[in-house]
Design a binder for this molecule. Structure first.
Ligand SMILES: NC(=O)C1=CN([C@@H]2O[C@H](COP(=O)(O)OP(=O)(O)OC[C@H]3O[C@@H](n4cnc5c(N)ncnc54)[C@H](O)[C@@H]3O)[C@@H](O)[C@H]2O)C=CC1
Ligand SMILES: O=C(CO)COP(=O)(O)O
Length: 344
């Protein structure tokens, strides 16, 4: 059935998600910051700056007016960088109502508070009543979603009903949505894989090959799972689309901004230059900062995150990261899995 949906954020991901909703014949209002972009979307049905060469469904209406975008929507999809979520949550406050379902699609952890995006939203909207919240996450580069290439993602919701409604809202022949009741795990997987993708990009920039890539992906997944299960997520979620799936796509695709940023830093560019030239969000930088401090506070070992933090924030040369990871004390590969099995 046709729904009223608002997508907040007309960058790569917001535009791609609006496109999926438009293909599904929903009424879509896409909120953007810049008038010129709204004009481009409404007249040329394009967003060339973010999704080059893509023609958008003509039932997407772009606006810079939050009221116009969100007021009548029964679904509000948040697709801004995690760093903008608090500000946007405040702007959205007047337009949430009893029937609103909020779907967030951002992947990050807030430095200092160590909050996930859904926790930021709950904090900002503590006094409001709305129908529910969901997180949409998985291996889904916007460029391929916009081209209607086959894509699979996971959705988790504050209730089973919300989860199923969001699955129905997005699902189509090119965009397959699986439900997963582990909200925490789905949200964490998407945020944490960006750290590992940055790290792998870094080693590629240094000239290391596929063995290093496979090592970092495998041990990266181990450290994501270690933190996630410590916090109460299911280990199985990290083997699914929002865990391993998203890790694979972000660590192996040249679409990935996190991988590309790491690659350029490994090749000798400064973090500041890389971020300035990217022109799009590189979530892994902020999440590395958050998770480095968070894991130390929790006493959870995350050596890849630690190594990357030192490169990004303490000016340690990238080659030292690989060296320090290789020279760590002897370990049993299954240490953590054995501990998890023992606890069950
Ligand atoms: N691009 C992708 O393939 C995917 C991205 N994501 C996640 O979606 C989120 C958004 O990413 P992208 O769309 O790729 O980023 P982007 O850099 O392509 O676009 C970001 C959009 O947010 C807007 N924005 C930035 N700061 C803002 C602020 N302070 N207030 C209001 N609007 C602001 C920008 O104007 C732009 O429209 C991130 O958390 C990302 O990890 C998730 C899945 C896939
Ligand atoms: O999350 C993504 C794909 O699932 C996008 O990753 P990047 O932000 O690294 O481009």
């Amino acid at each position: 059935m046709k729904k009223q949906a608002a997508v907040i954020g007309a960058g790569s991901w917001g535009t791609a998600l609006a496109s999926v909703l438009g293909q599904n014949q929903h009424t879509v209002r896409l909120w953007c910051r810049r008038e010129a972009l709204a004009e481009e979307i409404n007249t040329a049905h394009k967003n060339e700056g973010y999704l080059k060469g893509i023609v958008l469904p003509d039932n997407i209406v772009a606006t810079t007016d939050m009221k116009e975008a969100a007021e009548k929507a029964s679904y509000i999809v948040l697709a801004v960088p995690s760093g903008a979520v608090r500000k946007i949550a405040r702007k959205l406050m007047p337009y949430l109502h009893e029937d609103t379902i909020v779907v967030h699609a951002a992947k990050g952890i807030e430095p200092e508070s160590f909050l996930r995006v859904s926790q930021i939203l709950k904090e900002e909207w503590a006094d409001l009543s709305f129908r529910g919240m969901a997180v949409l996450s998985g291996p889904s580069h916007a460029e391929e979603v916009a081209e209607q290439q086959p894509t699979t993602v996971a959705v988790s919701g504050t209730s089973e009903q919300v989860q199923t409604l969001v699955q129905e809202l997005f699902m189509n022949q090119a965009f397959r949505v699986y439900t997963n009741d582990d909200f925490l795990g789905v949200e964490l997987g998407g945020a944490l894989k960006n750290i590992i993708a940055l790290g792998i990009g870094l080693t590629s920039g240094l000239g290391y090959g596929d063995n290093a890539k496979a090592a970092l992906m495998t041990r990266g997944l181990a450290e994501i799972t270690r933190l996630g299960t410590h916090l109460g997520a299911s280990p199985l979620t990290f083997t699914g689309l929002s865990g391993l799936g998203d890790l694979i796509v972000t660590c192996t695709s040249e679409h990935s901004r996190n991988w590309r940023a790491g690659n350029q830093i490994g090749s000798g560019k400064s973090l500041e230059d890389v971020l300035e030239q990217m022109g799009m969000v590189v979530e892994g930088v902020r999440t590395t900062e958050a998770v480095y401090h968070w894991s130390r506070e929790l006493g959870v070992e995350m050596p890849i995150t630690e190594g990357l933090y030192k490169v990004l924030f303490e000016h340690v040369p990238p080659e030292n990261m690989a060296k320090s990871l290789m020279e760590r004390g002897k370990k049993n590969e299954k240490e953590h899995s054995i501990m998890l099995l023992d606890n069950n």
